[in-house]
Design a protein around this ligand. Structure first.
Ligand code: IPE
Ligand code: IPE
Ligand code: MG
Length: 240
């Protein structure tokens, strides 16, 4: 197998973890069985990303739109969030990984907020990788939130720059992802990091999230490394 080039790693990888429901259905099980098994994929991917040398990993775990699912499924996902954070804080400590979140987390159930706050506090000194969980997140929420903050601050008639605008997004301390992965064969963004993925490389795989492992992540990174990122320029400009 080809080797990952350590000099051309994405600093930030974002993943839309999709396909838990279909994975469960294919096994004749309830959707929540798929979500439960998605936790193993999260653990393996997080550990692999840190070992490879990725600095930021953002996982889309629950979208603004996911609140519209049947309440039974929403409740089960919130319960799973609490138990997964509780169990996996040790994995984060063992691997020197810092936890953070983006999204409208104020509206999460209080148990989930408490568990998250504890894990964030416990891991705040860790330095190898930052794991960002997108929870109750959507790209439009993020952008509107920024606009509202700017308006409330009364920045006045001055025009603001891209750099200034970015400081109001939930991702202000995270570079834009160079690579966005989506599992389960769906070719859409589903309101994930809209502003931040302006120039991200997109990678789609048919693998359903509960089956995603280190080898799948490595394959995505190798694919990323085979691409020429031109940022509007010509090949000749890039190569000279
Ligand atoms: C992703 O899997 C997990 C969440 C959105 C919370 P899905 O639950 O969307 O699984 P499918 O897409 O129905 O298979
Ligand atoms: C996107 O998956 C959100 C997460 C993975 C958290 P969905 O399964 O909710 O996306 P759509 O609705 O099929 O686009
Ligand atoms: Mg889905």
């Amino acid at each position: 197998m080809e080797e990952i080039n350590k000099n051309n790693l994405p600093k930030h990888i974002a993943i839309t973890m999709d396909g838990n429901g279909r994975w469960a259905k294919s096994k004749g099980k309830l959707r929540i069985f798929g979500h439960n098994n998605g936790v193993k994929a999260v653990r393996d991917t997080v550990e692999a990303a840190a070992e490879i040398g990725i600095e930021f990993l953002t996982l889309y775990a629950f979208s603004t739109e996911n609140w519209n699912r049947p309440s039974k499924e929403v409740n089960a996902l919130m319960t799973l969030l609490v138990s997964a954070i509780n169990k996996e804080t040790k994995t984060l400590m063992d691997n020197n990984i810092k936890l953070s979140t983006i999204g409208d987390t104020d509206i999460l159930p209080s148990k989930a907020k408490k568990e998250l706050a504890e894990a964030i506090d416990k891991t705040k000194g860790n330095t190898r990788m930052t794991l960002v969980l997108a929870l109750s997140y959507s790209g439009r929420w993020d952008i509107l939130n920024a606009v509202n903050e700017i308006t409330n601050k009364g920045v006045g008639n001055e025009k603001i720059t891209e750099e200034q605008f970015q400081q109001y997004l939930s991702t202000k301390s995270v570079p834009d992802p160079e690579l966005l992965i989506r599992t389960s064969g769906e070719y859409r963004i589903s309101n994930f990091l809209l502003w931040q993925i302006a120039y991200s490389e997109l990678y789609f795989t048919d693998t359903l999230w509960p089956d995603f492992r280190r080898a799948n992540l490595e394959k995505a990174i190798l694919d990323y490394q085979s691409r020429e990122r031109r940022f509007g320029k010509t090949t000749e400009q890039i190569q000279n």
